[in-house]
Design a binder for this molecule. Structure first.
Ligand SMILES: [Cu+2]
Length: 163
């Protein structure tokens, strides 16, 4: 009985590990959990979010992105202007040396326009990220419910520079 229980537990953990194995390494960069907020099937736009960790002594920059699902892909920031939240295209998103940058709702994000197909909840779609130092990084973006809160948003800080 004990053996069967262990096997069951083992496979359960294996499934969990697979479900969470959704991060990408490219040189000193680590891209964690690319996800997209679910949008209505008629939507023309969507956005992608993820955490970028940089384990290098050199800062890096996300300079562009592209995806086959979209006619146009831009890097965006949210800004407060005249008491309103607006989005604005940015030329780059900095990832400091030994630091991280979280793309999240209400902050930096990758924005897709002129959607050729609208990915459904649970589906994934390819996204190519272009970094100044690390070069091209291909990831799969998973569509999550709009209420999804990434792990890192609860507490996200790397204190490499405190001494
Ligand atoms: Cu945007």
């Amino acid at each position: 009985m004990k053996t069967i229980k262990n096997i069951l537990l083992g496979s359960l953990f294996a499934l969990t590990a697979t479900a969470n194995a959704h991060d990408y390494k490219a040189g000193d960069l680590h891209i964690d959990h690319p996800w997209s907020k679910q949008v209505p099937p008629t939507s023309q736009v969507a956005a992608a979010f993820f955490n970028i960790m940089n384990h290098s002594n050199t800062g890096d920059e996300l300079i562009s992105a592209s995806s086959p699902i979209a006619g146009k892909t831009e890097l965006h920031a949210h800004i407060h202007e005249d008491g309103m939240m607006k989005m604005r295209e940015v030329e780059k998103i900095d990832v400091p040396a030994h630091g991280s940058q979280m793309l999240k709702p209400g902050g930096y994000h990758v924005m897709f326009f002129n959607l050729k197909e609208v990915p459904e909840l649970g589906e994934s779609f390819p996204l190519t990220l272009n970094f100044k130092q690390a070069g091209e990084v291909k990831v799969e973006v998973k569509v999550e419910e709009a209420t999804y809160v990434p792990e890192g948003m609860k507490e996200q800080k790397m204190d490499h520079d405190q001494h």
